[in-house]
Design a binder for this molecule. Structure first.
Ligand code: SF4
Length: 504
């Protein structure tokens, strides 16, 4: 095998694949490099690593890569809260396992093929400190990964800059957006998809909005980096014909950013030979302007959605660039509930510590969310994060991080954790500091436990992949230990089946 890529999304209930690893594998395979993606990395043992090495690594192997974006420190728990996940991530290294495991793993690879290179990509590559790493991918690697493979196989020129350890390959030198419209993930038999598995699929890249707290890596203009409808159709039909796929986790920062797109994709999905089901992200202000999206989205197969509301405080909403008055947001949510209730799981996301929002104002939001007739099924709160600087001067940064004083923040430091995750330093504004925002967030989340549905947008597909039905997930039940235990047993069985096929 020419390339091996390890990946996982650990610490989250259920099973769902990370698109990035398979997108890269698609490009490598297209360029003629045999590539094996390996799931369940966080649970892997050194014995597994030896078996994998024996089966897949030989003299033709160029590199072993790690897709780090959704990896957190190894945890025994099958599911942890968003806040705990941030905390684990804050103290994690580049990979979930401890240093001894990681170095032993690298030794096993190098013992089998001393020429093999170790490569880190994804969100944790911006800090270049892991011993034994040869290359770091900064930014999207759709094109730079081919440059690396060609360099290792044929000695072609490769543009790099020195990291603290190893060399950096930046997407600044290998931009990959010119032909984004035809970007696909081509799943293969060797990916060992599970029966009826919900898969990630790219719809569009980047975001046309400019929320002040958001460090989106690709702020774009309307119409840019849009996938061709024809390409998307080919991808959906290929997956259906080869693997029977009908369910998806849509990778698109804002599915309904353009009304034309919602209509165009609605038309496409109606033509498919199967009934599509999907989860994704959307904005309510756009639905306020185009109320017909309510029906278009439900008919398109939407099953669970995250709606970025962030605040119901008008001054804070204006400050962070949220389009409309919070009263209009509430009005639209009630309007959606009329037809979405019991069909689509809605989760609102909120941020604690936004500019101009006091604790009192946040509690008044919580009060509204806890009302019996509240139109949202669930709400997730996060403390405001101001991303730290890294080795990568081009790493994405929010407007607030670029100019904290302008928004009323003082960075009081120090950097929390190991500095490898995107979790930033302590801050202070007129109402609170980051530590207090975290405490408040925890208190708010606890007050929601009784109201939580079994699945929100983040785990809907991951639980469908364990065999739970839509009707079970739409039921309002909190994640009891009975459900967690059952989900863990189901996932362990999938993992066992996967490794059996992988290593046979
Ligand atoms: S928060 Fe969402 S809508 Fe706002 S800029 Fe980021 S990705 Fe876009």
């Amino acid at each position: 095998m020419n390339v091996i890529i390890f990946t996982d999304v650990n610490g989250v209930i259920g099973f769902g694949r990370y698109a990035g690893a398979y997108r890269i594998a698609t490009e490598l395979r297209k360029a003629g490099y045999s590539t094996q993606v390996i799931e369940f990395f966080a649970d892997i043992t050194l014995k597994d690593i030896e078996d994998i090495t024996y089966k897949f690594i030989d003299n033709n192997t160029l590199f072993v890569g790690f897709a780090t974006t959704l990896l957190i420190k190894k945890t025994k728990k099958s599911s942890i809260s968003r806040l705990d996940r941030t905390k684990e991530n804050r103290y994690s290294g580049h990979l979930p396992q401890d240093e001894d495991f990681v170095q032993e793993m690298f030794n096993i690879f190098k013992k089998r093929n001393p020429q093999i290179k170790i490569v880190i990509g994804g969100g944790k590559a911006n800090v270049t400190t892991l011993k034994g790493v040869d290359y770091w991918f900064w930014g999207l690697a759709d094109r730079s990964v081919i440059a690396l493979a060609n360099h290792l196989k044929f000695g072609n020129e490769l543009v790099t800059t020195p990291g603290q350890i190893g060399s950096i390959i930046s997407n600044k030198d290998y931009p990959c957006y010119d032909d984004y419209y035809k970007s696909k993930i081509m799943w293969q038999k060797q990916d060992y998809l599970f029966p009826n598995e919900h898969l990630p699929i790219e719809i569009d890249r980047g975001c046309i909005f400019r929320c002040a707290f958001c460090a989106n890596p690709l702020h774009k203009n309307p119409g840019e980096y849009t996938k061709s409808t024809e390409i998307l159709k080919e991808e959906l039909i290929r997956n259906y014909e080869l693997f029977g796929t009908t369910g998806y986790m849509f990778c698109d920062d804002t599915y309904n950013d353009s009304h034309e797109k919602v209509i165009r994709l609605h038309n496409l999905f109606q033509q498919l030979p199967f009934k599509l089901e999907w989860t994704g992200y959307g904005r309510v202000d756009v639905i306020y302007s185009h109320p017909e999206q309510r029906e278009l989205l439900i008919e398109s197969g939407l099953k669970a959605i995250l709606i970025g509301i962030e605040t119901l405080n008008p001054a804070a909403a204006k400050e962070i660039g949220k389009g409309i008055h919070p009263d209009k947001i509430k009005e639209t949510l009630y309007y959606l509930k009329e037809t979405w209730k019991g069909e689509i799981i809605t989760t609102g996301s909120f941020i604690v510590g936004l500019p101009g929002e006091s604790e009192e104002s946040i509690w008044s939001t919580v009060e509204w969310l806890q009302k019996e007739d509240c139109p949202l099924d669930d709400a997730v709160f996060s403390p405001l994060n101001i991303r730290p600087t890294t080795d990568n001067p081009n790493a994405p940064i929010s407007k607030i991080a670029a100019n904290p004083e302008k928004y009323g923040y003082t960075i009081t430091g120090p950097q929390l954790g190991t500095g490898i995750s995107t979790d930033g330093p302590q801050w202070q504004n007129e109402f609170m500091n980051k530590e207090y925002a975290e405490k408040l967030t925890r208190k708010i989340q606890e007050s929601f436990l009784k109201k939580k549905p079994l699945a929100d947008w983040a785990v809907y597909s991951r639980l469908r992949n364990l065999g739970y039905k839509h009707s079970e997930l739409i039921t309002k039940t909190s994640k009891t230990s009975v459900v967690l235990d059952d989900a863990t047993i189901r996932k362990e069985k999938m993992q066992k089946d996967y490794f059996k096929k992988l290593l046979s």
